[in-house]
Ligand binder design. Structure first.
Ligand code: FES
Length: 174
């Protein structure tokens, strides 16, 4: 089944990422690479951001990063497969990535994590046994203006409360 992330991501390998349907994750990834002046040294940092935004790193995304940072794809794939914290496959059917960066943390991100952990009976970094929901945390997603920020199935949503987040995630578990 094609994931929402795949549908929305478009084809970054073409060198021209598409950001449609309100999906600004490619723009956020681009901003991270720009901030690092497209330096090859920033590869791990950029892959971290990509995973935080998309939930996992697929081939197109890895190729896009390789192309943007002018790093051989073999090195990018090597790094992505070497470190256990990178995932090359989608995890649960639905993904909830909660930003725990400073701006989001001070606006109560930890309460959001607790709310989803309680609702789904999983800890951050885990997927429910039925494969429905994966919960992850991220460092700054680059959306501090709408803190606390959460990526719900690829959609960046801001200013959530434990109640409003629970309301959204509830639909995934019922
Ligand atoms: S700290 Fe959460 S988006 Fe920046």
């Amino acid at each position: 089944m094609t994931s929402v992330a795949e549908q929305e991501r478009g084809s970054p390998a073409s060198g021209k990422p598409r950001a449609s349907g309100g999906d600004n994750r490619m723009k956020m990834l681009e901003a991270t690479m720009k901030r690092h002046q497209y330096q090859a040294d920033a590869l791990i940092e950029v892959l971290h951001t990509a995973q935080e935004l998309f939930g996992y790193l697929d081939n197109d995304l890895l190729l896009y990063v390789a192309h943007s940072l002018k790093v051989p794809p073999s090195r990018v794939f090597g790094v992505a497969t070497f470190y256990h914290f990178f995932s090359l496959k989608p995890q649960g059917e639905h993904t909830c990535v909660i930003c725990m960066g400073t701006a989001c943390y001070v606006k109560g991100a930890a309460n959001l994590v607790a709310a989803v952990e309680n609702l789904c009976h999983i800890k951050s970094g885990e997927t429910t046994p039925d494969g429905k929901v994966s919960l992850m945390t991220a460092r700054c997603l680059g959306a501090c203006g709408i803190a606390p920020a959460v990526v719900l199935d690829g959609e960046v949503v801001g200013m959530l409360t434990p109640e409003s987040l629970t309301e959204r995630v509830k639909g995934w578990v019922s």
